[in-house]
Design a protein around this ligand. Sequence first.
Ligand code: BEZ
Length: 209
Amino acid sequence: MTLRIGDIAPDFAVTTTKGEIALHDWSKGSWVFFFSHPADFTPVCTTEMGRTAQLADQFSARNTKPLGLSTDSVAEHLKWIEDVNHTQDTALNFPIVADPDCEIAQLYDMIHPNESNTAAVRSVFIIDPENRIRLIMTYPMSVGRNFDEILRVIDALQTGDAHKIATPADWTPGKKVIIPPSISSEDAKEQFPQGFEEIRPYLRYTEVA
Ligand code: BEZ
């Protein structure tokens, strides 16, 4: 199934390391960072799982629930979590989906056959509280993801929603934001009483708290 930004994230009911989860019920009112990885007891995946656990407070501050997935069983996940905690000096508390038959991985297009028919690549779906997919990223098996970027993009999406703005290249919270071209300069004066800087009619910066 090809999923695109703006689609409703397909719902599923599945066994995880924290028991049975039905995605839309479980995520109600929260954002979700849903990410797959190829296999338990592998080095890059171990660091990614550890990093996600270490960032628990950061995800929570963004009202975002992490949900991992690999195409292994709950028993394997639970054993592996002990290793993750030990080697990455953390306590992993978010659920990891067991997907030994690749059903959810297929549903979310996480199996890329030229990489592997049985293991997921490193997919990321950021899903909003209305269950809409807001961001999709796909990394190869050999490259660990940048978790600063994952937090940054959640910040950008949430700031964009709150203030109806867009964010420029390399934006991080506190930097200037962009007034989208869909807002006329007339309307921008009302919507952004703090003022804005017009570099070009299509390139206007403002600041939001
Ligand atoms: C890893 O997590 O280290 C890994 C897993 C599958 C293929 C390559 C690397």
